[in-house]
Design a protein around this ligand. Structure first.
Ligand SMILES: *[C@@H]1O[C@H](CO)[C@@H](O)[C@H](O)[C@H]1NC(C)=O
Ligand SMILES: *[C@@H]1O[C@H](CO)[C@@H](O)[C@H](O)[C@H]1NC(C)=O
Ligand SMILES: *[C@@H]1O[C@H](CO)[C@@H](O)[C@H](O)[C@H]1NC(C)=O
Length: 661
């Protein structure tokens, strides 16, 4: 940099005074130290220009007529000393291509967090990036940036995390990095950097560092980096520190691209290339096989599978299950349950658990009831049955497959029937015959949490504020914790949002389907709901309590993000590995992006939202022994709900003042 300045000044010194004046005036207008006077309107113009340059595929759904850029997807704003400004720009994997022009990114002078990872942006990292003096985290990994790290980069005084890995950056690793005193993460791996690492490189706060696979890097690892693991320097010709000692043939600081080392680096690079290519080929093959299998699967599945695309909790189909009205059964989309039951019904009876109902009913009455399908899962179909005269209303679960003997079934059902808790639907009766197994519950609630979150789109979710979501989580936690208190070997086994029934007032819930997996006796984990399974679970009949906690944690993350976990929705749409996704966003300190837009800007409860998010993440720890117990989960959500309600009360009595303030 000093060199460059000297070169600029050189000729100017020898030329007439007027020219120098002009140069000075010009210099004053250059970005160097001059503050680009910016405001939200300027941010907006810069963003639109950036989109114009990079968004060839028109992927970014930014409404240019919106009064503020803060509502655009991937853009975050906050109050700053210069007013409300764009402070976050997060556009990972948006198929952005092209070069970033000057006066775009560099005009976002209040930017604190920037992610453009996983795109195909080319050209240099913009020289005016140095104007973004508030930048704390920057992730440009996996693009095609070329050229050296620009000088402006080194004036980002508060930068803490920089990820420039997987690009095509050239040049050396400059000692100017020392100016980034706050830097704790510096990822430069898989670029084309070359030369020696400066011996005086010293970053006091550096915790994570990686320059692997820059084949042209040679010479000794600087003292300050010698405590980094050897894997931080893979695929380079570096030596000393955690690596093999430098020998005479590896001089301390050879010229970049020196013949000997260049070749050595290249050959290592080639080996790495071959390994990567082989792994890629293997992956490709595996993918192909998996794809072929999946294509074959539907054809081989039993006929029942055809109807399985009715979404759990979807708008109910009305079906009349009546022995006298077989046509009605035929017209329905539901499997004809009545005829089967009737054949067997002659000598078999409905078995009541606990006391008989006030208004007794029998199998015949049940069969005559009008019913509608309210849920369909791997284990069976659930109907809502309204008995003649309107009352009572029951939920009848018809199990699909069964591997238990009648005695085993009766014992287990009796144990389930003995559980009474406000947040568990009560099992009232069961029916067991060779061909038909039914569980009869009290009908509760107003639909599944899954339907509430995912069927109504953003509008549906808008009806659930944070406190309502936290209350639903609390109610569900109470139900599950109650099951766990019954003994260390008792677990729910199938916690997911489609098994959580929300009350009509939308502030409570019931946990349904407890014990059903065990009753069905099938070991195979259903593919549906795979996103809720703890990684260590392999047998659906043996789900430990810690795995229930994991599944519950996924539900918490689902409640907060409004996103469905992988394989949760029937068409497989939109599912993500929620625990992983949340971690990747939080790791980059874009925590606010995790929250469902419908609750993200709720005033006063940010703290409670963060606490619930933290809890959801703890529940979904990979290692079972790191997860809290369900009793702890219940207690913590209880406190979160109490605090949130206190603040909500405060805001409703104090609303007018806070608005005028
Ligand atoms: C960026 O800021 C400069 C200086 O204020 C201004 O001239 C330029 O037009 C801005 N760029 C955009 C795209 O608005
Ligand atoms: C550095 O990056 C390489 C390539 O991505 C990776 O294999 C290695 O484990 C990383 N090392 C560290 C310490 O992060
Ligand atoms: C940048 O994003 C990648 C991909 O998500 C992630 O693996 C990496 O940890 C991020 N870098 C930083 C410094 O957070």
């Amino acid at each position: 940099m000093a060199m460059a300045m000297a070169r600029q000044r050189g000729p100017a010194g020898g030329v007439a005074v007027p020219f120098m004046m002009a140069a000075l005036l010009l210099a004053a207008a250059l970005p160097a130290r001059v503050v680009v006077a910016q405001d939200l309107a300027g941010d907006r113009a810069a963003l639109l220009a950036l989109r114009g340059a990079l968004d060839r595929g028109n992927i970014l759904p930014w409404d240019a007529t919106a009064p503020t850029p803060c509502v655009w997807r991937g853009v975050g704003c906050a109050q700053t000393p210069t007013g409300t400004r764009v402070t976050e720009l997060r556009l990972p994997g948006k198929r952005l291509a092209g070069t970033i022009p000057p006066g775009t990114l560099g005009n976002l002078t209040a930017l604190q967090k920037l992610s453009l990872r996983h795109n195909t942006i080319t050209g240099a990292i913009p020289a005016d990036i140095g104007n973004c003096g508030e930048l704390r985290a920057m992730n440009l990994t996996d693009n095609q940036f070329t050229g050296p790290v620009p000088d402006g980069f080194f004036s980002l005084a508060v930068l803490r995390r920089a990820d420039l890995a997987l690009n095509r950056l050239t040049g050396g690793v400059s000692q100017d990095f020392n100016r980034l005193k706050q830097l704790d993460t510096l990822f430069l791996q898989s670029n084309d950097l070359a030369g020696a690492l400066p011996a005086g490189l010293y970053l006091p706060n550096l915790k994570r560092f990686n320059v692997s696979f820059n084949a042209g890097l040679t010479g000794p690892v600087p003292a300050s980096l010698s405590r980094m693991p050897a894997t931080a320097f893979l695929g380079t010709a570096l030596c000393d520190g955690p690596l093999a000692a430098c020998t005479n043939s590896t001089p301390p600081a050879p010229p970049p691209g020196g013949d000997d080392n260049g070749r050595r680096g290249l050959s290592r690079w080639a080996i790495v290339g071959i390994i990567v290519a082989a792994a890629f080929l293997l992956l490709l093959l595996m993918g192909l096989v998996a794809c072929l299998r999946r294509r074959q699967a539907p054809a081989g599945r039993p006929a029942g599978g055809a109807a399985a695309n009715v979404h759990e909790g979807a708008a109910p189909l009305t079906v009349t299950v009546a022995r006298t009205d077989r046509d009605a059964v035929k017209q329905s989309h539901a499997p004809p349950i009545a005829p089967v039951m009737i054949r067997e019904g002659g000598n078999k009876k409905l078995v009541f658990l606990g006391s008989a109902p006030e208004r007794p009913y029998d199998l015949e009455t049940l069969l005559r009831a009008s019913a509608e399908v309210i849920g369909k899962g791997a284990l069976g179909t659930t109907y809502r049955a309204t008995l003649d005269g309107g009352d009572p209303v029951l939920a009848v679960k018809r199990l699909r497959e069964m591997h238990l003997s009648e005695d085993e079934f009766r014992d287990k059902a009796a144990a389930l029937g003995a559980l009474h808790h406000d947040n568990l639907p009560r099992l009232r009766a069961f029916f067991y015959s060779r061909e038909e197994k039914l569980l009869v519950y009290d009908f509760v609630g107003a639909g599944s949490l899954s339907a509430l979150l995912h069927d109504g789109g953003a509008e549906g979710r808008a009806e659930l504020d944070f406190t309502a979501r936290a209350r639903i989580a609390l109610a569900a936690a109470r139900g599950v914790a109650f099951i766990h208190r019954g003994g260390s070997r008792l677990s729910h086994g199938s916690i997911k949002s489609s098994n959580i029934v929300v009350t009509a007032t939308r502030d409570g819930a019931y946990v349904s389907d407890y014990g059903v997996a065990e009753l069905a006796g099938a070991a195979a984990l259903p593919r549906r709901g795979a996103g809720y399974h703890a990684p260590e679970v392999t047998d659906a009949r043996a789900v430990p309590q810690s795995a229930d906690v994991y599944s519950f944690g996924v539900v918490v993350l689902e409640l907060l993000s409004g996103r469905a976990p992988a394989h949760a929705l029937p068409d497989g749409a939109d599912g993500v590995d929620l625990p992983r996704w949340v971690r990747s966003v939080v790791q980059e300190e874009w925590t606010s992006e995790v929250f469902d837009a419908a609750i993200a800007n709720e005033p006063r409860v940010e703290g409670e939202m963060m606490r619930l998010l933290q809890l959801g993440m703890e529940c979904t720890e990979q290692r079972p022994d790191r997860r809290p117990t369900m009793a702890q989960v219940e207690a913590r959500i209880q406190r979160i709900v109490e605090d949130a309600c206190r603040k909500a009360d405060f805001s409703s009595t104090d609303g007018s003042r806070s608005v005028s303030a």
